[in-house]
Design a protein around this ligand. Sequence first.
Ligand SMILES: [Zn+2]
Length: 261
Amino acid sequence: MRFVDAHIHLSDQEYNGKVETIIEDAQKSNVIALVSNSMNYESSMLCLQLAEQNPGLVYAALGIHPWNIQFLSPNELEQTLDLIFKQGYCREKVVAIGEVGLDFSYGKKQIADLQIKVFNEMLRAAERQFLPVIVHCRRTAPEIISILPSFNVKKVLFHWFSGPVELLPKIVENRYYVSEGPLSVYSSGTREIIKLVPLNSLLTETDGPVCFGGPFYGKMTTPSFIPQVVEAVAEIKGMKETDVAGQILQNFTEFFGVNLF
Ligand SMILES: [Zn+2]
């Protein structure tokens, strides 16, 4: 079986000096593709570099995370957009715009307005570069769903989707995707979502270096957790693990336009 991690942050400080080990670990666990998501301009540069250093294994998603909006330097939005416009055509390295989106639990009203402005810019960049979008949608999935139709962006991944479940039919109808991670093993909320999402709309992720509980408690999050996520999905769906792994691999190639076969 071969596995994929559609959402990790290899450029995060927590992984400083550990990326080589993480990549070896991924390979040992048969995780054959990782999408390293960016937080700001600096991490977009780092993700690109990691994609260059690990061709055919690490792919970059470029963008500005909603949590970083309040820390943006004066030209950072322009610099990041410029990077996306210069590098975004190179599909061997750049496969998406991400992690972008909205999270209103951070900052005040002005920050929320700025988040919306930056998210709109990122969607415009995705449209212009024909790139999929990976969205952070914590408590903002309804707002995100209402913004998306203004852009010609067809491929959207609701990363770590945690509800409301009432939105799932709309997500599925639009052929958007949902990705879930280690919580699939031990969180009833996440398991409920997996039950409701058709397997051909689902991807697996770790969101490392975010730490987890259950069987992952106290461990550094790495793509080697993915086989357990697939095992959990198979159990929830009442399917064979090999069939689940195969379908998720196919979803990954369709969503990111990367050929893994
Ligand atoms: Zn993330």
